[in-house]
Design a protein around this ligand. Structure first.
Ligand code: FAD
Length: 379
């Protein structure tokens, strides 16, 4: 057994694992990340980070590097098939997921963090704080953070929450070519499409969501048929379908969720990110919530001078309700995006266009200030 009892053991080196590694290292808490993959490679897909996530990336010391590796869309354009509904100023940064992960990983190493690849967690003992891996190694750590994503075997074993269930939505994804500098939301009956540039070379990430009873596999790596894909989005406008046509590799997978948790911790174990609250991606907030969780846990450990028990309790009070609310708001957004009735869709479009509803909803999510929330909690 390897003695890392002075380190927090983080299982999973995705957004939440790397971000909490940075947040803890910044507060002088030593960490080690165990990642099952052989390196930090991510799938060819995009991610948008909204102001609530960007502010925290800045506090973690990664914003400048992220700006250099991302794209700043000019506008957010919302359309219903070929009709414009609304255009807003864009406040998000968009990037390839790989670049986001790369930037946080670099910062984690700069801060002195340690990361081991090819370490797939097999089991853990909450009493003794030991983690055993499929390569037969065992590490003793001071506390365990489960950042192992939606399928989280740790959540499954230690929180009796069952397996993820199919949400009723499946996603297409790919990278196409477009000269648009904007982030586009296109709504249609039973589907919607989100696309945005991820660099200055016109590479455009798109995710197309369809409502379907067929429960596709939950894997970002499953290739889909281009003909079926173009058929699913044939009602969309000419510019959109041209961009879709330029995509060479196309993937299709099922979107899965889990019911909200009543608690995000148990004994020496705390859940973060998708392991705690996987959500349908219709508000683009899963990664941002992972960053908020990570920043908050690190800041609490700093404020509470390394007292895990107190940090866990405060973390749960600060994060559970917000995560659960955004999880259910994301599901509602899917229903609004996919309205089939032309009359109800028209009403939706009018409300979006002539009332501040979109800005009010996004501001509620984007204006969250993690430090202010922590201060409020302790006062
Ligand atoms: C189509 C789509 C679009 C999205 N768009 C956005 C967006 O625009 N903005 C946004 O904020 N969010 C978005 N999200 C959500 C976001 O991708 C996730 O919420 C985020 O990746 C969660 O990060 P995580 O670190 O918790 O989990 P993950 O990114 O899943 O990372 C988990 C890590 O744990 C590792 N792991 C798993 N099991 C083990 C094990 N047993 N041992 C060791 N390691 C293990 C995995 O290899 C992986 O590296 C989107 C999601 C989807 C599906």
């Amino acid at each position: 057994m390897k003695d890392y009892s002075s380190h927090v053991g983080i299982v999973g080196g995705g957004i939440s694992g790397l971000a909490v590694g940075c947040a803890l290292e910044l507060h002088g808490v030593k960490t080690i990340i165990f990642e099952r993959g052989k390196d930090i490679s991510e799938y060819g897909a995009g991610i948008s980070i909204s102001p609530n996530g960007l502010r925290l990336l800045e506090k973690l010391g990664t914003k400048e590097d992220f700006i250099n590796e991302s794209f700043s869309p000019k506008k957010v354009v919302m359309r219903h098939l070929d009709k414009d509904i609304l255009t807003l100023e864009a406040e998000v940064l968009t990037a390839s997921r790989q670049n986001l992960i790369k930037v946080i990983h670099q910062r984690y190493l700069e801060l002195g963090g340690e990361m081991l690849f090819n370490h797939e967690c097999l089991s853990l003992n909450q009493e003794t704080c030991e983690i055993t891996f499929t390569n037969s190694e065992t590490y003793a750590v001071s506390h365990i953070l489960a950042c192992d994503g939606i399928k989280s075997p740790i959540r499954q074993r230690h929180f009796s929450s069952g397996t993820p269930t199919y949400s009723g939505y499946s996603a297409w994804r790919g990278i196409g070519i477009s000269d648009s500098k904007d982030l586009h939301f296109n709504f249609g009956p039973g589907s919607h499409l989100v696309s945005y540039p991820i660099n200055d070379q016109e590479s455009t990430s798109f995710v197309g969501i369809v409502r379907t009873k067929e429960a596709n596999e939950d894997s970002w790596k499953t290739k889909g048929s281009k003909d079926q894909f173009l058929e699913d989005f044939k009602l969309y406008d000419y510019k959109t379908t041209t961009m879709l046509n330029s995509i060479e590799e196309i993937y299709k997978w099922g979107i899965y969720t889990r019911p909200p948790l009543k608690s995000m911790h148990s004994h020496n174990l705390t859940l973060l990110g998708d392991a705690a609250h996987p959500m349908v991606p219709f508000l683009g907030q899963g990664g941002c919530m992972a960053i908020e969780d990570a920043y908050t846990f690190g800041a609490l450990m700093g404020k509470l001078k390394g007292d895990f028990k107190k940090a866990q309790l405060a973390y749960e009070k600060l994060r559970l309700e917000r995560n659960n609310k955004i999880q259910s708001a994301s599901m509602l957004q899917g229903r609004l995006n996919h309205i089939r009735s032309p009359t109800i869709a028209l009403v939706r479009n009018i409300v979006m266009k002539h009332t501040p509803i979109v800005s009010i909803r996004t501001r509620k999510i984007w204006d969250y200030d993690a430090d202010a929330a922590i201060e409020k909690f302790f006062n």
